[in-house]
Each structure stands twice: as structure tokens, then as C-alpha cells.
Design a protein around this ligand. Structure first.
Ligand code: CTP
Ligand code: CA
Length: 224
């Protein structure tokens, strides 16, 4: 309703959200990807739009449909995701919830690789651009607030704190995705907001509730 009225605490603010997995081709019929459903990124885009933000939603091939009321940019690879994010700038904030493939296949075969008796293929990899780090470290035109995510299975807070410093983003939303926590692919999340001045532990809650809280924090930060 706030968005429909052009009101809400994020009215007039432009926010980029990345979401879902990327797919990195091996040949015309095969790819490397991951299990990201796009649920958390979609929930965040929905929450931001609900507070009146103009949202550019850059998404890989996710299982969850994009929310209404956002500009959807569909991409496949990490390089395409970076290009789309850069094309969407300038923005007041950028939230990087996508599970970007760290590597791509160095030489994508132009035609389908065939199974040949007694010979196994070998794949060589190249590193993908780090979208979060690239945007965080922009010298000119950096969004005022850059938020990354860290899904960790071990030493969640230590890894997320180091990741925040390494990438140069403002906040890291860290969560424990160890088997047994049920977060990966589930509907709930237990997150920690890692900032320069300390860590905030949020209780376990639904992914939409995480998104709603985060969107309110983003609105406060952009006005503070
Ligand atoms: N990210 C990104 N571009 C990449 C890799 C990651 O923008 N090529 C972003 C993700 O969207 C997330 C954050 O960086 O917001 C952290 O991603 P993560 O995979 O946890 O970090 P990595 O630095 O890739 O470290 P690792 O996978 O080794 O834990
Ligand atoms: Ca990674």
C-alpha cells in the first residue's frame, strides 16, 4: 500500500538486490550451479518494495518467483550478474543475497562434449568476478550502503567478520547453514548482522521476517 501511494520510509530510494544461484556453462547442454532457492533474496526485495523503494532485482535461475512491484533482470552467469548490477547503478543501497558461483569453466565447449570410451573429461576453472567486493570497493559512485551475505558451516562469526573486512562492505548478514540447522532450502534463518561496530544476533525466524527486519534497518541506515 505504501508503495502504491509512493510513500513509505524508502520512497525515492533505489536499491539493487541480487538473488538466486548463477549457472556457469560447461558446454551448450551442461552447467555448474548450486542449490540456492532464491527465497531469502526474493523476500528482501519484497520487503524493500513494501517500504516504497524502487527495487532492481537481479536474479539467477531461482525456484522462487520474483516478487511483484520490482524491476526484474534475469541473468545466468556471474559475469552477467556483475554487468547487470553495474548497469543498474547509481543506487542508494545494494544487497547481495545471490549465491554466485565462485568459478566458471575456463574454456566452454562450443558443442556438446561426447562420452568417449576410456577417456574422462577434465575441467579447468577460472575465478569469477566478486560482485560484492567490486561494488564495495568502487572509488566513485559506490552505493551508500552495501550489504553482503555469508552462508557458513563453520566458525560462522569469525568467517563472516573476516569476510566483511576483506570485501569492504558495510554489513554482512551471516547465517549457519550446517546440515541439521535446516536453513538451507528451509523457510527459517538464524542470522547475525556483522557491522564494523559489532555483531547483532537475531533469533531464529522466518525468512520473510528476516527480510522485513533487514529492510527496516536499511531504511534507518539510509536516513541516519
Ligand atoms: N559474492 C559475489 N560475487 C561472487 C561471490 C560472492 O557478489 N563472485 C557475494 C555473495 O552474494 C555474498 C557474499 O559475496 O553476499 C559472500 O559470498 P560467499 O560465497 O560467502 O563468499 P566468498 O568470498 O565466495 O567465500 P567462500 O565461498 O569461500 O566462503
Ligand atoms: Ca563463494
Amino acid at each position: 500500500i505504501e508503495q502504491a501511494l509512493g510513500a513509505g520510509p524508502l520512497a525515492g530510494k533505489r536499491v539493487i538486490v541480487t538473488s538466486g544461484p548463477t549457472q556457469e556453462p560447461i558446454d551448450p547442454v551442461r552447467y555448474i550451479s548450486n542449490h540456492s532457492s532464491g527465497a531469502q533474496g526474493t523476500a528482501i526485495a519484497r520487503a524493500l518494495a513494501g517500504l516504497g523503494a524502487e527495487v532492481v532485482f537481479v536474479t539467477g535461475p531461482a525456484q522462487v518467483a520474483p516478487p511483484p512491484g520490482v524491476e526484474v533482470v534475469r541473468i545466468t552467469t556471474a559475469q552477467q550478474m556483475l554487468d547487470a548490477v553495474q548497469a543498474a547503478l547509481p543506487a542508494d543501497a545494494a544487497i547481495f543475497a545471490a549465491a554466485v558461483a565462485d568459478w566458471r569453466v575456463a574454456e566452454v565447449a562450443g558443442s556438446k562434449m561426447k562420452k568417449t570410451e576410456g577417456a574422462l573429461p577434465t575441467l579447468s576453472f577460472a575465478e569469477n568476478p566478486d560482485i560484492l567486493a567490486t561494488i564495495s570497493q568502487m572509488k566513485k559512485g559506490r552505493p551508500a550502503l552495501v550489504v553482503g551475505f555469508a552462508a557458513e558451516t563453520d566458525d560462522v562469526l569469525a568467517n563472516a567478520t573476516a569476510k566483511r573486512a576483506r570485501k569492504g562492505c558495510d554489513w554482512i548478514v551471516a547465517n549457519d547453514v550446517s546440515p541439521g540447522t535446516g536453513t538451507f532450502g528451509g523457510s527459517e534463518n538464524t542470522v547475525h548482522i556483522v557491522r564494523e561496530d559489532g555483531v547483532e544476533d537475531w533469533p531464529r525466524m522466518g525468512k520473510q521476517e528476516v527480510a522485513d527486519r533487514l529492510a527496516r534497518r536499511i531504511a534507518e541506515a539510509l536516513h541516519g
